[in-house]
Design a protein around this ligand. Structure first.
Ligand code: SAM
Ligand code: SF4
Length: 334
């Protein structure tokens, strides 16, 4: 059957879906969650079957890449049955099934993930110092995460480390993170901290370490060569001429990626966000629950894509943080 693909009003084909499968997490990273989070009641969450139906509908509409996130995706009960179910689309419309995880449960699940066709995982790791790790994640333990990362590598998964650049926190670990990733053969991407959630504005600005500065510091030791490679997302890549290492920079506060944006996000309650930095959303849970047939669901998805905005309005440069969105990253899914 020939289906019209999802194209937004700015002629951008939507081929990438990020799905948050839970708002819960076994960590409480300070830039992501409050220490005492109020989580959603279970009945509000899409069931694993509903998540599968929804993802399958998107694949039917031309989505080729699916990233599962959260909260902590591997902390959701029975999540492997969902991964197994959606993996049936691999090679049948879906090119890639992947996930973003804090790594705490990777020892348990890495082999199974590899077995069902996952090839790459993004693991968030901001520091290699056990004490600092415990501090920033509040509840996390570094050895468990490092062990999970080792398990992923042993299972043949390609690991990408995502490190949030935090002023005064991991500035001094810039080169240890780079060197560790080179030694372990992991990809590495730095992320600029985003104004998500309800953290006070003063704290936000205190944490903000612009990646332009981070890049300049790398350039003091290495020749940094820009790569043309783009993923349709906010990542830009460079190569260090001396050792060939590739490093990514995610600068969501610049607008340099919106023109090529190919992605949308769905929360664990079935809200479709057409832009990470905007409040507009569409409810997919009602059409999922109201009918076993996908006609309404597909229509709701198409109607939402037809109003995908041109870009976001994040801006740290003014006195007040502009474009701040009140929801936490764990809600929309990073
Ligand atoms: N729990 C998983 C993890 O930590 O990888 C997946 C969900 S987490 C919300 C996804 C990514 O969002 C992580 O790499 C995390 O560091 C990042 N993140 C969370 N809050 C952020 C913020 N305020 N600014 C930038 N990145 C953030
Ligand atoms: Fe949990 Fe990931 Fe948020 Fe940390 S960044 S609290 S691991 S969801």
């Amino acid at each position: 059957m020939n289906v019209t693909p999802l194209i937004d009003p700015f002629a951008r084909p939507i081929t990438y879906l990020r799905v948050s499968v839970t708002d819960r997490c076994d960590f409480r990273c300070s830039y992501c969650m409050a220490e005492h989070m109020q989580f959603l009641p279970k009945r509000d969450l899409l069931t694993l079957e509903e998540l599968d139906r929804m993802c399958s509908a998107f694949v039917g509409l031309g989505v080729r890449k699916l990233r599962i996130t959260g909260g902590e995706p591997l902390a959701r009960r029975d999540i492997m049955s969902f991964f197994r179910a959606v993996s049936r689309h691999l090679g049948e419309g879906l090119d890639e099934l992947t996930l973003t995880t804090n790594g705490s449960q990777l020892r348990r699940f890495a082999a199974e993930l590899a077995d069902i066709g996952v090839r790459r995982v993004n693991v968030s790791l901001d520091t290699l110092d056990p004490e600092k790790f415990a501090k920033i994640t509040r509840w996390g333990r570094l050895p468990q995460v490092l062990d999970g990362i080792a398990a992923a590598k042993d299972a043949g998964l390609r690991v990408k480390i995502n490190a949030v650049a935090l002023k005064g926190f991991n500035e001094d670990e810039l080169f240890s993170l780079i060197d560790w990733c080179a030694t372990e053969d992991h990809d590495l991407t730095f992320i600029e901290v985003m104004p998500m959630g309800d953290m006070g504005e003063a704290d936000r600005r205190d944490q903000y370490w612009p990646l332009s500065d981070l890049r300049n510091r790398i350039a003091e030791r290495y020749t940094v060569v820009d790569l043309a490679e783009r993923t349709g997302g906010p990542a830009r890549y460079v190569r260090l001429a001396e050792n060939g290492q590739k490093i990514g920079f995610i600068t969501p506060l610049t607008h340099n990626f919106c023109e090529s944006c190919n992605r949308v996000r769905v929360t664990c309650t079935g809200e479709l966000y057409m832009c990470l930095g905007q409040e507009d959303r569409a409810d997919l849970r009602a059409p999922l629950r109201n009918s076993p047939d996908d006609t309404d669901l597909t229509e709701a998805i198409r109607a939402a894509i037809a109003r995908k905005p041109k870009g976001h309005d994040f801006d740290y440069s003014r006195q007040k943080i502009a474009g701040q969105v009140s929801r936490h990253m764990s809600h929309t899914g990073g």
